[in-house]
Design a protein around this ligand. Structure first.
Ligand code: AVI
Length: 327
């Protein structure tokens, strides 16, 4: 255990966001028409568990499809980039990244991995597991948000770096956030460094809608859980029985939208934020967008941010894409 811990560095990133009043984003979203909530409120401990369950659902193809692409091409990716330090945004349990670690361990010694996640708990558990599993691994865990991590990335230990962002999490960003994000990635990387991006692709709306309306109701529970999260965090009075899960594919915007629909006219109070709002019967709160990409358009966008696409891999159905770019 001692030798495993000697290969671990730990950094908790400072929050410039702490200056913003806690819950300001909730108030802002609920004051808008139509009402919205930031999707980060999905991810309390319970929500993170629901998300893990979603990844294994028969209807939720993205996780297993991306996994299959990585299984097939991880060693090709490693050969294309050569030895480099792997930096992963939103690493979670690093489930899929293990395939890359396996491939890079063939020729990187030490093998350098820097997982970044807002949840320090999951980050620590995973770090200890990986250090045990890979004796050549040196790990630098960063607890913080994507924005903090990209702005405060510690200097690379190896000459080259690859920033990894899997799971199509980029699809949960609004257009403005998406542009800011790509700009941050561009600034965080040195010329010659790599960016590996996993994205969910446009497809038959029936397949998309099934993925966000699973038969077991796990996605509905995940969506509703954000209200429980707000209740305990801000002393709210949301009654989960007075809301329905609603998810559909917006064909104009090419995005899944998840909403919570109020079944009655009701007043919502968040005591800790000294905030109240009224929801009409049938009114919805949009809790998430999940954009679905068109690969040629995405490649063009990346080029405008100074990323040169090196290779694109997909699955046999063309449902999911993995892009390797160089800064
Ligand atoms: C994390 N993110 C990429 C998931 C998605 O598909 O947009 C979150 C999710 N929402 C409902 N199911 C899964």
């Amino acid at each position: 255990v001692q030798s495993e811990l000697s290969r671990l560095r730990w950094i908790t990133l400072n929050s410039s966001e702490a200056l913003i009043r806690e819950g300001e984003d909730v108030i802002q979203g609920l004051e808008q028409t139509p009402k919205t909530l930031p999707c980060r409120y999905f991810y309390d401990d319970r929500g993170s568990q629901f998300f893990e369950q979603i990844c294994d659902l028969p209807e939720y193809y993205p996780t297993r499809t991306e996994q299959s692409i990585l299984e097939t091409y991880a060693s090709e990716i490693a050969q294309l980039t050569g030895a480099c330090e792997l930096v992963e945004l939103g690493s979670g349990s690093s489930r899929k990244t293990r395939l890359l670690l396996e491939a890079y361990s063939q020729f990187s010694d030490p093998l350098q991995y820097c997982p970044i996640d807002v949840s320090a708990g999951i980050l620590k558990t995973t770090a200890l597991e990986l250090l045990h599993q890979y004796p050549k691994l040196k790990l630098c865990g960063l607890a913080g948000t994507y924005e903090q991590a990209l702005d405060q990335l510690p200097p690379a230990e190896l000459e080259n770096r690859m920033l990894i962002f899997l799971g199509s999490t980029i699809g949960n960003l609004s257009e403005a956030e998406y542009q800011q994000f790509l700009d941050r990635v561009r600034k965080a990387l040195q010329p010659g460094e790599f960016f590996l991006l996993g994205v969910d692709l446009q497809k038959d709306p029936a397949i998309l809608e099934a993925a966000y309306n699973d038969a077991q109701g796990i996605t509905a529970a995940f969506n509703l859980n954000s209200l429980s999260h707000l209740n305990w965090r801000f002393q709210g009075n949301f009654n989960l029985e007075q809301f329905d899960h609603w998810a559909f594919y917006n064909t104009t915007e090419h995005q899944i939208e998840m909403h919570l629909r109020s079944l009655v006219t009701q007043t919502i109070a968040l005591e800790a934020l000294a905030f109240q709002t009224t929801l009409q019967a049938g009114e919805t709160i949009r809790t998430e967008i999940s954009r679905k990409f068109h690969l040629p358009t995405l490649v063009k966008t990346l080029e405008t941010y100074a990323f040169q696409p090196l290779q694109v891999w997909t699955d046999p159905n063309n449902w999911f894409g993995l892009l390797l770019c160089q800064r």
